[in-house]
Write a protein that binds this ligand. Structure first.
Ligand code: PLP
Length: 408
């Protein structure tokens, strides 16, 4: 399979960490922190050189002038998430963007004040939505609805999501789900949930931290109001890298929307007139606050160029096959000491595979890590691994299962 894989050559473009004996790590952790593209260093060095040589003049005269630098990422980001260029911007970090978006799009009223999330959403999302509810003078005990899975099941059923939206929709102000749940790896039906939510008059949004660069997205056509994601997981932008944000173009000229403003979201034609009145730029850029961190954007450029070359559809095809291979091998190990909680249907999952290890799972995860077999542990009982199509091989998956079984 590796010999036939037309994407196999992309592995060479990444720094694969090594064991003391010089063997490549079996790194199945791109759902947490993607590996470094080898070109990241030269992209950062270019900006360091221009800063050294040009000082403030770099804003206009750097090889890649810093003033419009963030736009070097716009086309590729839009293509990656299926958006119009004006609908996306790379800025801030994920939770910051989530709050900025909620400042504009969570407008609770006494009749419609609820937020719908999934139980077990990533904690930052839970804290963010609860704090927004409180900020608006409502009570999370009343205004937060959590989608739950049925007893003895590990993922949330589509029909259960539909029925909650049908039942509660008239009081829901905002639906905010993870595109792919961080713990179970469940991929939600983003288009279907958006349709159902809009039919009830709700604002619909997604946290795509585990979906961007993992599964194909068509945000413009699916029509959700906003989406946010980070760039350090599947997008390989580096630790804490600058995040992404999508605002559907139906809101692009919505000047009436309240927003937390900063000078980088202000009409760039008159930004340096230093006037006192904020005029937001059209599109997602109108939500920017600050001038962007060039040194953090540079490695993301390196990675996004690789994504554009590989193409998300091809990556998805390999990903389905790689994760399917992992599933096949794990099933052969049939053992009562672990179970798989990620959905079996490929349309309900991305690259990630979540393995429930109720007994001493953490110790097993640590032991594998000491051997250079890297997944990660999420309390209380989940071992997450993700074969990433850009740099993982079928052999990685094979060796992982071999080591995992031995460690079990
Ligand atoms: C689903 C999800 N949401 C939010 C976050 C928080 O991201 P940040 O620390 O970049 O704000 C993470 C981080 O892993 C995440 O996985």
């Amino acid at each position: 399979m590796d010999a036939r894989d037309s994407l196999a050559r992309f592995r060479e473009r990444f720094c694969i960490p090594k064991t003391k004996s010089g063997a490549d790590w079996i790194y199945l952790c791109g759902h947490s922190l993607g590996l470094q593209p080898k070109t990241a260093r030269s992209y950062i060095e270019q900006e360091l050189r221009d800063w050294a040589d040009l000082g403030v003049e770099g804003h206009f005269h750097a090889k890649n002038p810093w003033m419009p630098y963030h736009r070097l990422l716009t086309q590729q980001t839009a293509a990656l998430v299926g958006a119009e260029p004006a609908e996306v911007v790379v800025m801030n970090s994920l939770t910051v963007n989530l709050h900025l978006m909620m400042a504009s799009f969570y407008r609770p009223t006494p009749q419609r004040h609820k937020i719908l999330i999934e139980r077990g959403a990533f904690p930052s999302d839970q804290y963010a939505v609860k704090s927004q509810i409180v900020f608006h003078g409502f009570d999370p005990a009343v205004s937060l609805i959590e989608l739950t899975r049925r007893e003895d099941e590990s993922c949330i059923r589509n029909e259960d999501i539909d029925s909650v939206i049908e039942r509660e929709g008239n009081s829901i102000a905002l639906i905010l789900l993870g595109g792919v749940n961080y713990a179970t790896g469940q991929l939600f039906d983003i288009a279907g949930i958006t349709r159902a939510g809009h039919a009830k008059g709700c604002t619909v949004a997604f946290d795509l931290a585990h979906a961007a660069g993992n599964v194909p997205l068509h945000l413009h056509d699916w029509g959700q109001d906003f989406a946010v994601w980070c760039s350090y997981k599947y997008l390989n932008g580096g630790p804490g890298c600058v995040a992404g944000c999508f605002v559907h173009d139906r809101h692009s000229h919505a000047r009436h929307l309240p927003r937390f403003a900063g000078w980088w979201g202000h009409n760039e034609k008159i930004r340096f007139q230093m006037g006192p009145e904020f005029q937001p730029m059209a599109g997602a850029e109108g939500w920017q606050l600050s001038n962007p961190p060039i040194l953090a954007l540079a490695p993301l450029r390196a990675s996004m160029e690789i994504f554009s070359e590989a193409g998300m559809e091809r990556l998805r095809a390999k990903s389905v096959s790689l994760t399917g291979y992992l599933e096949f091998l794990l099933h052969q190990q049939a053992s009562s000491s672990f179970s798989i909680i990620t959905p079996r249907e490929e349309i309900r999952r991305g690259a990630q595979f979540s393995i429930r290890l109720p007994h001493q799972g953490r110790a097993l995860c640590d032991r594998l890590a000491a051997e250079g077999v890297i997944g990660d542990w999420r309390e209380p009982d989940t071992f997450r691994v993700a074969p990433v199509p850009l740099y993982n091989s079928y052999l990685d998956v094979y060796h992982f299962v071999e080591r995992f079984s031995a460690a079990l």
